[in-house]
Design a protein around this ligand. Structure first.
Ligand SMILES: Nc1ncnc2c1ncn2[C@@H]1O[C@H](COP(=O)(O)OP(=O)(O)OP(=O)(O)O)[C@@H](O)[C@H]1O
Length: 263
């Protein structure tokens, strides 16, 4: 059900890291509203605070100032699930046990676990690899396990930090397609971080462009391509190119600034 109340509200969020070599302002007064069911994508130059923002909203890091709120619909559901870049599944568990992990942790019944895990292993094409261990899988398959695990956990919101960045182009498009197909089933609110403007326009409803360090919000671009989306057709649409061009326009100066700061 869509309501006007945001699912995620972020108000004046700042983060300063302190160490013996000094302080780093990673985020500077970031405010954002994300409506329920929105696929929100955050892009920005390296080091602009994207991961820090996600880690704070996921409760893994403490902000220095500001607030955020995630509106809960069902207190029995976990608040969030995370999918990271690279390997984030347990190497000592089979594909099935990895996908079932969240459900088992919150005491779901055997029948529910069987139904839900089978569903998401089917959706990610992993059914026949259910008894495999992560080291027996390709990088793309391991990322599929992560996605199956995150969706099977049925969280209120889903956080994804560059989940496809280590994959080759063909695998990336396949996984983007699979992610969109699974996401269409329940339209969970997502925050997805990427370096790829193409990926942002392909997946997102709302694109948040961040400035170079310290991270602030530079622009928010709404993407109104109809859903469900066909990735290859989308890329042929002249509007796709225009949007990529617009977002790159916002990013270009920031990427240059980030480069200069690192030299
Ligand atoms: N634990 C930490 N201690 C000190 N500084 C940190 C810590 N974590 C992040 N930073 C600094 O905060 C800034 C933002 O880092 P963050 O990882 O959030 O950026 P990012 O936009 O996700 O970068 P990338 O796109 O390269 O992954 C960087 O300058 C980084 O060095």
């Amino acid at each position: 059900m869509r309501t006007d109340a945001p699912k995620i509200s972020i108000d004046g969020l700042s983060k300063v890291f302190s160490s013996r070599s000094g302080t780093v302002t990673a985020l500077d007064s970031v405010s954002l509203r994300i409506a329920p069911g929105t696929f929100c994508v955050v892009v920005g130059p390296s080091g602009c605070g994207k991961t820090t923002l996600l880690r704070i909203v996921a409760g893994l890091e403490q902000q220095s100032s500001g607030n955020f709120h995630i509106a809960r619909q069902d207190p029995r559901k976990p608040l969030n699930s995370m999918v990271f870049q690279g390997d984030s599944i347990f190497p000592w568990m089979t594909v099935w046990d990895n996908a079932a992990y969240g459900l088992k942790m919150r005491g779901a019944g055997r029948a529910e676990i069987k139904d839900v895990v089978s569903h998401y292993l089917d959706r990610t094409g992993l059914r026949r690899f259910a008894d495999y261990y992560p080291h027996q899988l390709s990088g793309g398959m391991r990322q599929r396990v992560s996605i199956a695990r995150a969706f099977a956990n049925d969280p209120e919101v889903l956080f994804m930090d560059e989940p496809f960045s280590a994959l080759d182009e063909q695998n990336k498009v396949l996984l983007q397609e699979e992610l969109l197909r699974i996401w269409e089933e329940h339209k969970k609110t997502v925050i997805f971080i990427t370096h790829s403007v193409d990926e942002a326009v392909t997946l997102g409803d709302q694109i948040v462009v961040m400035t170079a360090h310290p991270g602030r919000i530079k622009a928010i671009v709404d993407i109104d391509f109809p859903r469900p989306r066909n990735i290859l057709e989308l890329r042929r649409d002249p509007k796709f190119g225009e949007l990529v061009f617009t977002i790159w326009g916002y990013l270009r100066a920031e990427v240059d600034l980030a480069r200069k700061a690192s030299h």
